[in-house]
Design a binder for this molecule. Sequence first.
Ligand code: PLP
Length: 445
Amino acid sequence: SLAAADIASTMHPNTNLRQHERTGPLVIERGEGIRVYDDRGKEYIEGLAGLWSVAVGFSEPRLAEAAYKQMLKLPYYHTFSSKSHEPSIRLAEKLVEMTPANINRAFFTSSGSEANDTIVKMAWYMNNALGRPNKKKFLSRIKGYHGITVASGSLTGLPINHRDFDLPVIPVHHLTCPHFYRFGAEGEDEAAFTARLLVELETVIATEGADTIAAFIGEPLMAAGGVLPPPAGYWEGVERICRANDILIVSDEVICGFGRLGTPFGCQKFGFTPDIMTLSKQITSSYMPFAAVMFSDAIYQAIADNSEKIGAFGHGFTASGHPVASAVALENLAIIEERDLMGNAARLEAQFQAGLRSFADHPLVGEARGTGLIGAVELVANKQTRKPFEKIGKAGAIASTIGHEEGLIFRAIGDQLALCPPLIITSDEVDEIMVRMGRTLDRLT
Ligand code: PLP
């Protein structure tokens, strides 16, 4: 069977491999709209849009046609040494138009991890070019997720991505996670929590020296860490402090970008202006692997000068700006605009968030939270004390299995159950998700 072949021949990413050998894979065969179907024909609502990414839903024929047409015309060309092609040029132009006014350059990669590695190297290259060889450290946050390659994995602040991989290996300081429910101190209100986080940031900068810190990287709303919206005033404070200390601000928009939070980009939801943005996932609805580093002219000018001085900007990938992926991204963005999918997320935000919050009374739910069309419920052993379960992840795994039986796929991050449905979702479908989630939670008690 397919399942037996899977167990015999593959090693899955982000998976307990021995557990997988016992339980086998969930083999998904096809998808349509917000739904996928397994190899036995069972239907599921894909409540996480795959991996937070299928904005336009599954099996959108326009994306298949865009890929097919581009494959017939120019299936591959590279962008090294001044070579170029129309899909990549048009996409860069489109992304510059969509992103905030100070962002006016694009560099393409195939994954969010590669994009964040690129940002590390760009910052280092730029600071060497500017005669600031010590300005190399990164500031990140505990529970932040920025990928799994050697540099991006170092920026990530999740123990499971560091442990036994010998990460982090680049100079990075992980600041306190800005999640009030878990990291707020006894008796502290949200405003005092924000103030404490900002004092911590200022103290770290003062201790390490602003002249040693290249950039602050953060997801506007931490997603893979458990869907953790920041406390009020947090990003404004981070922006003020970074600006005062000449520290670049990187907004990792791999999940928050393209309308997920009800605004085109996550930085706009929380009112800050980054110098660099990482885009991926919803950029092609993950129909093709693709990512973009978007950045300001000041960064470009410093890098460009140095490339002439030493002969090249010696960084790039075989697939940087891949024509088929670029063509799919352009068509995907056209669909997002034509169908006003970002507006759809904004319009459905209240209903989706109210649906999630309705689970807050459940005896096992500690917190129900989210923004836009992303959210999570956190399961706890004790609602009053917020005590987590003895064996973290067990309740989440059981919930996942029940969810599958109820026809709902969400992501269990430990005991946090995350939802992030395709942006094409309708009001009736939001209700359907909440019914299936409600049944799942009821069966847990
Ligand atoms: N940054 C963020 C915010 C992410 O959520 C992810 C993946 O989930 C990445 C970076 C890494 O992207 P990829 O898995 O494409 O390498």
